[in-house]
Design a protein around this ligand. Structure first.
Ligand SMILES: [Zn+2]
Length: 193
């Protein structure tokens, strides 16, 4: 791979590469691309994203990977969520009683994560999502927030459907057709496909 930045500058973080340690050149006499192992690993991971995505898409299209959520019943999902919740609750209670519980948001790792730029750049959508996660209903949102939320959910649904294998897509369509045809509640939670 060709070096992007001038010799002595990291290709990942644009930081300075130490002249003698780790050295501007590798033991193979090639210009060193990264200042540290973390930068090298990060760059390699980023470079691999399209490759991994393509492989994943192939597995989906070939029907090798099927979303396991589609095969679980609503009751199974609820039961599992309850189990996980109970275990987390017990652990929390234990730590509080022992006096060892610390607010996870105050750990160094969390502070670093929380100071990263927002994943959702749209301010209106961000506030809509925050309100909804804190228990607000759609009716509590402003009209702009509601519209942003609808658009976002629609894009998510479209992406989910696009990830389905053709057979799965046909299954969901058939489900939806029979629901519309018979005009009765769908066997699942009634949200449609
Ligand atoms: Zn670097």
């Amino acid at each position: 791979m060709l070096k992007k930045n001038p010799i002595g500058i990291c290709d990942q973080c644009d930081g300075v590469i130490g002249y003698s340690k780790p050295g501007w050149y590798t033991s193979k006499h090639q210009p060193r691309r990264y200042c540290c192992r973390t930068c090298r690993n990060t760059a390699n991971a980023i470079a691999g994203v399209p490759v991994r995505n393509a492989k994943c898409q192939e597995r989906i299209e070939a029907g090798i990977w099927v979303n396991p959520a589609g095969e679980l019943t609503h009751d199974q999902i609820t039961a599992n969520a309850k189990l996980v919740g109970a275990a987390a609750g017990a652990k929390f209670k234990e730590q509080v009683e022992a006096g060892t519980w610390r607010n996870p948001a105050l750990s160094d790792k969390a502070k670093k994560k929380l100071s990263r730029p927002r994943t959702i750049k749209n301010k209106i959508l961000h506030s809509a999502i925050s309100k909804l996660t804190q228990g607000a209903k759609m009716a509590d949102l402003s009209p702009e927030e509601r519209e942003a939320q609808h658009k976002y959910r629609k894009a998510q649904r479209t992406a989910l459907r696009a990830s389905w294998a053709p057979e799965r897509r046909e299954q969901e369509r058939a489900k939806w057709r029979s629901y519309k045809h018979k005009n009765r509640p769908a066997p699942d939670d009634g949200n449609g496909p």
